[in-house]
Design a protein around this ligand. Sequence first.
Ligand SMILES: Cc1cc2nc3c(=O)[nH]c(=O)nc-3n(C[C@H](O)[C@H](O)[C@H](O)COP(=O)(O)OP(=O)(O)OC[C@H]3O[C@@H](n4cnc5c(N)ncnc54)[C@H](O)[C@@H]3O)c2cc1C
Length: 464
Amino acid sequence: MSTQQLPVVVIGAGPTGLAAAAHLVERGIEPLVLEAGPAAASAVREWSHVRLFSTWGEVVDPAAEKLLAPTGWMRPDPAAYPSGGDWADLYLQPLADVLGDRVRAGATVTGVSRAGRDRIVDADREQQPFVVHITYADGREERAFARAVIDASGTWVTPSPVGGSGLPALGEKAAADRIAYRVPDLKDPAVRARYAGKRTAVIGSGASAFTALAYLADLAKSDGGEGTKGVWILRRGISGSTFGGGEADQLPARGALGLAAKAAVDEGHADAVTGFRTEAIERDANDRLVLAGEDGRRLDPVDEVIVLTGFRPDLSFLDELRLGLDERLQAPVELAPLIDPNQHSCGTVYPHGHRELSHPEQGVYLVGMKSYGRAPTFLAMTGYEQVRSVAAAIAGDLASADRVELTLPETGVCGGAGLFDAPDAQEADGGGCCAPAPQLVQLGAPATVGAASEQAPAGGCCGS
Ligand SMILES: Cc1cc2nc3c(=O)[nH]c(=O)nc-3n(C[C@H](O)[C@H](O)[C@H](O)COP(=O)(O)OP(=O)(O)OC[C@H]3O[C@@H](n4cnc5c(N)ncnc54)[C@H](O)[C@@H]3O)c2cc1C
């Protein structure tokens, strides 16, 4: 079999990987989508309880919609905000179903290389197919060959740690039973009991942190939730931009998240601790956790810690490939300047495609959430445009691959996990980039800020 007849392996059956498969099918190229979890959209299902800040109109890929149309699939109201669970059940699973046995669940990719060529061998490298090692849920191992590899495996499984220097804080692992790295589902009675009446530190400054603070505030106001208190720990100071783009955000529901967090602080459900970079987590005599800062500060004890400091890509299984990655963001070198939170603090990214996503190793692409490396503010529609262009490039249609067919919304949640902020400078300049002083507004969905978390669009990708 010639290399051209081999399938394109797509790693991950999330929104981006499934969209990539749809675009490949549209071009008559066979995809093989390998998904580590038990079903398509496994990562999205883990945040089923979180409402997106994007509407249905912004999270359905056009090629996927075409593929679904003959099955009688109807896109939900384009103006409505799905939850992660809705996104998985009403769109991503039907899409996986229509792709049929091109999608394999319980299939973890553990390694990708050129067949017979490790990373250092030049000879005929580009002529060799890719070899992909797979481990199935039952422990069986297999290898598959591919003409190209699209890595859409996201970053969900590799959250960043508490430590202000990017390393786990001292004692972080030992305190694992009290630390969560995702926005908790407070509708789940067991999870609710864990946080009700407790003092919880929320570490992070992006949409996920806003969401968690709003959820805890709702819990404090609910029956049985009396005494629930959040301690919001920021590595930077509070400024005009702390709460995101507010009403200036072109995605209103995303802007509203910051305003819900502001309400939590203003109403006294959370205390903000600024300029705090955690060095250690210790247990006190009462088995509560004490966070110690790099500046020597020790905070009052808390019962629980929720860490929402962003995600980072797992590059371990790509070690035999010649990737061109930016040394700061771990994103493709051409893409990195477009998304660098040190420069683009408001998340304005122009649409991009195969050229920005290519590597010295031809035929391999990191797309979707993973393409952003450690940068925040990834949007699903960015990923859809990426895979449209990449599929066109693999098909040899460079005219289409080079065309930009998308306009992305501007502004948003400013700043990023990788930034170092001198709190004084932030406060003095009023926060710099995009945000007017946030004001309390009605959230995009029909809910007041007080009832934020039950109804309101929420999120978690941005600047966490
Ligand atoms: C809480 C939250 C809210 C968000 N809200 C929005 C929003 O409102 N609007 C918006 O545009 N974006 C939002 N995002 C950002 C982004 O659009 C989503 O994260 C989206 O799910 C990214 O899609 P993806 O396919 O790139 O990655 P993922 O959804 O993470 O999918 C990757 C898949 O790859 C699988 N996988 C991982 N490793 C392997 C492996 N080694 N082998 C095989 N499979 C593997 C995973 O199990 C997963 O199913 C949000 C993100 C989060 C976390």
